[in-house]
Design a binder for this molecule. Sequence first.
Ligand SMILES: [Zn+2]
Length: 1005
Amino acid sequence: MGTENPGGSNFPIRPPSSPFASAPPTMAPFPSPGTLVGYEASNFRPTLPSGPPTMPPFSSAGPRPPARLNNPSVSSPPITSVPPTGGPYQRFPTPPYPSTVQTTPIHAPPERQPPFQPFANQVLAPSISLPPPSQVPPVPMGSSPQPPSGSLFSGPRPNFQLPFPGYSSQQPAVSQAPFAAQQGSFMVPPPASSPFASQQGGYVPPPPVAAPLSYQSRDQMHHPSSAPPISGIQSLAEDFSSLSLASMPGSIESGLNYRTLPRPLDGDVEPSSFTEMYPMNCNPRYLRLTTSAIPSSKSLVSRWHLPLGAVVCPLAEAPEGEEVPVINFTSTGIIRCRRCRTYVNPYVTFTDAGRKWRCNICALLNDVPGDYFAHLDATGRRIDLDQRPELLKGSVDFLAPTDYMHRPPMPPSYFFLIDVSISAVRNGMIEVVAQTIRSCLDELPGFPRTQIGFITFDSTIHFYNMKSSLTQPQMMVVTDLDDIFLPLPDDLLVNLSESRNVVETFLDSLPSMFQDNVNVESAFGPAVKAAFMVMRQLGGKLLIFQNTLPSLGVGRLKLRGDDLRVYGTDKEHILRLPEDPFYKQMAADLTKFQIGVNVYAFSDKYTDIASLGTLAKYTGGQIYYYPNFQSGIHGEKLRHELARDLTRETAWEAGMRIRCGKGVRFTSYHGNFMLRHTNLLALPAVDCDKAFAVQLSLEETVLSALTVYFQVALLYTASCGERRIRVHTAAAPVVTDLGEMYRQTDIGAIVSLFSRLAIEKTLTNKLEDARNSLQLRIVKALREYCNLYAVQHRLGARMIYPDSLKFLCLYGLALSKSVPLKGGYADVQLDERCAAGFTMMALPVKKLLKLLYPSLIRIDDYLLKSSVQSGDFENIIKRLPLVAESLDSRGLYIYDDGFRFVIWFGRMLSPDIARNLLGADFAAELSKVTLSEHDNEISMRLMTILKKLGEGDPSYYQLPYLVRQGEQPREGSLLLVNLLEDQMGGTGGYVDWITHIHRQVQQNA
Ligand SMILES: [Zn+2]
């Protein structure tokens, strides 16, 4: 994902086949509690711990400390008990829920039953034979040395009688130890303290008027009055897909042809049934449920075995040609349910001649304010409906009135903390960073209010006075690392427009200021504290550029991960956690003061990304990782990614809450953020590239509603200075049929949740345990599905699965082979593994799926075509299975995982092509060649292709790496190890994996 680390492994023992030899770049953290602006939190009583704090003290919780910051580990209230009123901003008071709520017997509006859409192309896969299960080679996924006999699967054979290990239900409750919990997984306390429990006061669920929806088959869904599903093979063909794994006695070779296996060569396909059923739902890019058929009972949930939840990307870029409408309610105030605070949306209903509206989430009947009143027509629709986007669109931005603010909306604010020690000078990082910031000054959002400031550091901290009246910045050096103070009260963070000249002078001179610096130390912790002290009045984005392991002052770190004995033990995961509590405490302080952190890490040696990344994880930021950075090679990538970070639309001082209908609640949140008030995600700075996953559970044994509604509300300050609430609303039907849940499964959302859960598990367990948990869960889900159909239809040895889950096995394999989870010590450098974990925790669905199952396309034919129209490219490219067999020695291929390109030159590739693409470097070793455009049609075409592929997703810059067939170990580490369907270095391939899964499904099936 990140830059390549050409042969520069810090761990010489590592075999050359390390997959992401060039680590993936970025990850994103999670914000955590802190002062949140006004907002929605208001109605929910914060849960305070009843017992004495058992957590490390949390320094910023109390009254605002003086400018001089003392050791944060001095006594102060624990973070769990941070009262919402702490900190500089006051929370906007809102009336609490009425203690007794009017009992309104209601049902979800008796809406028309949404027709389900038929699934396309569900066909029985051709039968393929396979050797008897006993002869199937097991698939070892772990890398720890295992005896070759028996099961090669590194773990013990899973015991199916045991409950599925790990994952949310068994995680510690947050109220006990918000920080003790591992990465980004925040569990909501039990129902008793849930907001819904309190707000439902005296609500008594009415008896069902009609039987809950129960779709026995799609046929029935379309024709509810039709007969029960036809039994027999005919209906089977429609209901699910299957794969024959019948045994073939006497066969030794696996008879399963890899070509027939399902694979996602079309990439992510957003679920359409969801939007077609409920056309007023928000676009799936903002919210995707793991199944859009909500189970009607807890027993259904437990039988489903897959995670029930959603992936939310609240600021995803709007579909082309669409904009999220901005709605100004300043005259009436924003219309919200007075009980559950749901925002008015397309699913509320108006009654009583237009004087009342019923909340679709909690069913309360609310008054319509006089200014918002409109008559209803004969069908009960408001006559002004056409002018009310909030009643028509699933996604809107409400302009927030002043009562949603604790203070005036903050200006966009960028603060840079730059390592200027010798390694940063030598690898050219400082120069690229300075140039890039300077080139982006005109595009920073928020002109003319934008604020900017800088600190540099090595063994000391260097502040810069940027006062607008100066002709050049004044540097002030603070050497006392134990007692950091600000040398100036003001002018360290300044208005960019006013101080533009000083800022430019500073950036122009920065590289030369330190060009002779030979300081090797890093006072990283004290420098972060200094930046915090400068920024705390305002908040904003803190961009940290770090080249070395922090060596001085608070937060200093030491080399970890080189003790081989730790691996494979129950202490292994500690290496993936921050070493020093300073980092979590600092992250909590930063979040509290609305400061989001992005960490750019560049070292060629161990820098403890597990610790550094914590700053980004809990502040809603991300990690950009450029191992072994050299400006000559990786400069363009850094330039592009830093520029995007600086110029993409950002939501400031934000908080997000997700509401859902009664009987259902969110139980855990996964991503980069910090959680407050049990269900408020604090996000100091959030953008379109960040996604969050949540898990749901049923509060009632049986749901009485026919439809469940979800509403995501993100309160934020836009760069233009407006305070807004972005609201996404969606509805999903409740079903009583397990088969329907499977049919309506969204594999993208499932994989997103699985990834986050598995990565979190690596922070509390061995890698092998995380992989085994994932595998077991897949097996259970498929077995349950198999039980639904197999017996009744005597399917015997066929592996059956719903069409919606046809890629489940493959993505499970891909996840097990992904950088955060794969192998063991020798397979991935520790920093690289942690960086990838942070990154994947925040990726939107599409980006994540692309990373897990990258594109492999052949392009030599296309490059040679005499007449090519622009636009032809999309029609010509065909994604290939990720197996070595896809590679033809006469071909030229692009491997594209969304983070980089690998361009593979077949040994027999036409010399013309190679010469045209490489020019004079035609015969050189490709590790030393940088791809550049030459003056010929073939070269220009290739560059155009790369540009087009890159433009599809600008969140990361994809450097092209060139490799020639047979050039080892480079070919292995850049490409072959990523052909995840192949067996590789002791780990099984797709055929082995699916065979193994099938055997497990059949046990006790
Ligand atoms: Zn309500």
